[in-house]
Design a protein. Structure first.
Length: 120
């Protein structure tokens, strides 16, 4: 993992928790206990004691473009009695060995809970 990867994760957390600044700050300061690469993304686990929050949440309205061409999505799982986890996923393509650039974005929401990549 490289510095760009770490910066991307922090940007993703900041955007996911844009409406929860206290929670956002806790997660961005939390210790990472494990990071597992799956070949089509990764899971990042955060130390449960570093995040003081009672409400359960699953938020998945943020994505990124890696290396100018690879679309990934993110889901953050915050559940009682479980480790807080950020998941990065792809649709079939292998995850790149190295992230050279990235652009984080929010998916646009349409009727029927359909999300699409915003147009530039």
């Amino acid at each position: 993992m490289n510095i760009i990867h770490e910066q991307m994760e922090k940007e993703v957390i900041t955007l996911i928790f844009r409406e929860y600044p206290d929670l956002r700050d806790q997660i961005n300061k939390a210790r990472i206990t494990k990071r597992e690469f799956t070949g089509v993304g990764f899971f990042t686990d955060y130390h449960k004691d570093d995040i003081l929050w009672e409400e359960e949440m699953i938020i998945s309205d943020v994505g990124a473009i890696l290396n100018n061409s690879i679309e990934v999505g993110f889901v953050f799982f915050l559940r009682k009695e479980e480790v807080p986890t950020l998941e990065c996923y792809m649709y079939g393509d292998p995850f790149p060995d190295q992230i050279e650039s990235y652009e984080v974005f929010m998916y646009e929401k349409f009727a029927g809970d359909v999300y699409k990549v915003p147009k530039k």
